[in-house]
Design a protein around this ligand. Structure first.
Ligand SMILES: *[C@@H]1O[C@H](CO)[C@@H](O)[C@H](O)[C@H]1NC(C)=O
Ligand SMILES: *[C@@H]1O[C@H](CO)[C@@H](O)[C@H](O)[C@H]1NC(C)=O
Ligand SMILES: *[C@@H]1O[C@H](CO)[C@@H](O)[C@H](O)[C@H]1NC(C)=O
Ligand SMILES: *[C@@H]1O[C@H](CO)[C@@H](O)[C@H](O)[C@H]1NC(C)=O
Ligand SMILES: *[C@@H]1O[C@H](CO)[C@@H](O)[C@H](O)[C@H]1NC(C)=O
Length: 300
């Protein structure tokens, strides 16, 4: 009988100690977001119910199933370059978060965090996604800056650094959309980023072209403008504005004065002939009558 009571008491004690037992969990977001070339934080925080004084003894961070990024065992931390504990007081703060000091496209993937504490261990998985923005595009023309009249002009707008294949649009200074006349070539570079090169061929170029770079999500990430020094246009506009006058005004003056002279001459001629005719005007009229009368004269 006593042993039964003792047993019940024991199970009671055991179960009560079980419910009082320190509880460990890992708080890691499912998804982390990083930006290419910047620092990324992979959060992983150990939580307890505060029943015991818990410290971290051992941490392992892995990428995928096999690649060890960081191991802390005892007092030593072994890590791959670019991966470190985010919190200097991680042991006391139970903050096993991982810091990537220079995020790359190859860091995209699934990570695993294993935390061993004085009260047990837990494992959690978390993902990292990485985005990258296109840098300010560079522009050039095959013909250089001083472009002669009536030559075809080929313009380039190149942008590097996007995480996905984006696109480029072209406009002149009047806002006319030239994108349809352009050709886009894209390639992936050794960093896993995209290079865009858009080529625009123009027959009679305007003076200023702007290219806009958009990412795959349709968000504008870059813009550049190129001013073309068009030899003929700038020449006419500035230096030879006098020539333009001479070219168009001089012939007009000559033609004008010729016409005026001709009109004047005609006028004089008319006046002279009128003056000469005037006395004979009446007889001429009567001549007509005369002819009629003479005809009448002749008929009978
Ligand atoms: C927890 O343990 C550490 C060292 O083991 C000690 O310095 C600290 O005072 C303890 N904290 C509590 C609340 O017991
Ligand atoms: C863990 O450490 C990181 C880096 O210092 C910090 O951003 C984060 O807020 C910490 N989390 C907690 C719960 O202390
Ligand atoms: C853009 O790329 C094209 C083709 O790769 C190249 O010919 C051109 O020089 C580049 N332009 C600039 C400004 O980098
Ligand atoms: C410019 O033209 C391209 C290709 O025709 C078109 O996709 C784009 O929407 C146009 N952009 C604007 C601002 O009209
Ligand atoms: C070309 O035109 C754009 C837009 O109209 C303007 O912002 C830019 O300053 C111009 N570039 C040059 C070099 O004139």
């Amino acid at each position: 009988m006593a042993s039964v009571v003792y047993c019940l008491l024991l199970t009671c004690l055991i179960s009560s100690s079980n419910s009082d037992k320190a509880f460990l969990s890992l708080d890691c977001p499912i998804e982390n977001h990083g930006v290419y070339g910047q620092r990324s934080l992979m959060k992983c925080i150990a939580k307890t119910n505060g029943k015991e004084n818990v410290t971290i003894k051992h941490v392992t961070w892995k990428k995928g199933d096999t690649k060890l990024l960081m191991v802390h065992d005892g007092d030593l931390t072994h890590n791959i370059d670019g991966f470190q504990f985010a919190d200097p007081d991680w042991k006391v703060n139970l903050n096993a978060s991982l810091l990537l000091t220079n995020t790359k496209m190859s860091d995209i993937g699934e990570y695993e965090c294993m935390v061993y504490t004085t009260i047990g261990h837990q494992t959690a998985k978390t993902d990292l996604s990485v985005t990258a923005k296109y840098q300010t595009p560079t522009m050039n023309s095959i013909q250089g800056q001083n472009i002669k009249d009536n030559t075809d002009v080929t313009l380039f707008c190149n942008a590097t650094g996007g995480d996905q294949k984006g696109y480029i649009q072209w406009f002149d200074e009047f806002g006319t959309n030239w994108t349809q006349n352009s050709e886009l070539v894209s390639s992936k570079n050794e960093n896993g980023l995209f290079n865009l090169s858009s080529r625009l061929v123009l027959k009679a170029p305007s003076s200023n072209y702007t290219c806009l770079v958009f990412n795959a999500r349709g968000v504008q990430e870059g813009k550049a403008s190129l001013n073309l020094q068009l030899m003929s246009m700038s020449g006419r506009d500035n230096r030879n504005s006098g020539d333009v006058h001479a070219r168009y005004v001089a012939p007009l003056v000559i033609i004008g004065s010729l016409i005026a002279g001709l009109l004047f001459a005609l006028l004089i001629c008319r006046r002279r002939s009128q003056k000469a005719r005037r006395p004979s005007a009446a007889p001429l009229m009567s001549d007509g009558h005369h002819t009629v009368t003479t005809e009448e004269d002749v008929v009978p």
